[in-house]
Design a protein around this ligand. Structure first.
Ligand code: HPA
Ligand code: ZN
Length: 343
């Protein structure tokens, strides 16, 4: 277990979160409240029954329950309430900046207007003291044509999101399936990211970079299976948005002790720590940091590096990044000295 002083420093340090699916922040209690408010039948008789179904064996077993949970979201206010709840938790964990994924196709397929999805999430971001931006994700189990339709649908709201991502079932749906729609998004000046190398092979990380031209890789932990790719990610300082509790819950690694985060850092990679789907995987940002610092040989200098990496990898203007980085460095200068810990 981590020493209590280090734990307090890590919990209190300023953070950026770059990999959070807003639908994955929907807690069972809110799922039940929204189901009742909207008259949506749920296949579970209680919050406890629903929570006890959160025993996943792989990504797909999670996605099936995640999409079922999202079925209670119908109105703009539902999206607002979900996002407000997440932002309050993020603020409590000292997250100063967050880039939030949302999956419009999960909702438009149920007849929800994309305007209600985007406006609800965006309005909650505006009402929060946390700096927040939105990244629209295409579902990779659907076709590229459907992604194009979703992009068209979203374009009237172009000012409310900063980027495009790619999520859902990875294996069998390689990045190159979305080559043309990502090219179009690039022309539109959107930032680009994609999930790759979570369950899928290192080849998917390569095609995400070379074909989709993404700026960050979501997850990416399987890169270490390919030395040349790892060297490239280090050389180009491509950020990996790693999600430790997600990886153990979805059995990418059996236990946190087996997680390759330290090897990724030792390889010189721009590793960030994130919560992915906090309501489903056992926790928000500080739960993820507690878990890795408890299980892995990490110290104060790793904490500062991870905090800095989150802001370095953020899609923020350089001046804003520099201001956040100065906040991180001031925090560590103060707390390391106060606790008598050598940096
Ligand atoms: N991987 C792929 N798709 C997802 C995830 C994930 O971790 N979370 C929500 N959608
Ligand atoms: Zn994810």
């Amino acid at each position: 277990m981590m020493n209590p002083q280090l734990r307090a420093i890590v919990r209190g340090m300023p953070k950026a979160e770059l990999h959070i699916h807003i639908e994955g922040s929907l807690e069972p209690e809110l799922i039940f409240a929204l189901a009742e408010r909207n008259g949506v039948p749920l296949g579970y008789e209680s919050v406890e029954h629903l929570r006890s179904a959160y025993a996943f064996t792989d990504l797909q077993s999670f996605l099936d329950i995640y999409y079922a949970g999202a079925s209670v979201l119908l109105k703009e206010q539902d999206f607002y309430d979900m996002t407000q709840a997440y932002l309050r938790r993020a603020e409590a964990d000292n997250v100063l900046h967050t880039e939030i994924f949302f999956d419009p196709q999960t909702h438009t397929a149920r007849g929800v207007a994309i305007a209600d999805v985007i406006n609800g999430i965006h309005r909650a971001c505006q009402d929060s003291p946390v700096s927040a931006a939105l990244i629209l994700c295409f579902l990779r189990h659907l076709s590229e044509e459907e992604a194009f339709e979703t992009l068209e649908d979203a374009l009237p709201h172009r000012d409310k999101f900063i980027g495009i991502g790619l999520d859902s079932s990875e294996v069998g749906n390689p990045p190159e399936k979305f080559l043309r729609v990502f090219a179009r998004c690039r022309e539109l000046g959107l930032h680009l990211v994609a999930h790759a190398g979570e369950e899928g092979p290192p080849a998917y990380i390569r095609t995400a970079l070379d074909d989709l031209k993404v700026e960050r890789i979501d997850h990416g932990v399987r890169c270490l299976e390919d030395a040349e790719l790892t060297a490239r990610l280090a050389r180009e300082q491509i950020a990996l948005t790693v999600c430790p509790l997600s990886n153990t819950k979805l059995r990418v690694f059996d236990q946190m002790h087996d997680h390759n985060l330290v090897q990724l850092l030792d390889a010189g990679l721009l590793v960030t720590v994130n919560s992915d789907d906090p309501a489903y995987f056992g926790g928000y940002m500080n739960d993820n940091f507690d878990a890795i610092f408890d299980a892995l040989p990490l110290g104060l200098s790793h904490a500062q590096r991870l905090a800095r990496n989150g802001f370095i990898a953020a899609f923020l203007p350089q001046a804003q990044k520099d201001a956040f980085l100065a906040t991180v460095d001031a925090y560590f200068a103060q707390h390391a000295a106060a606790h008598g810990i050598a940096q």
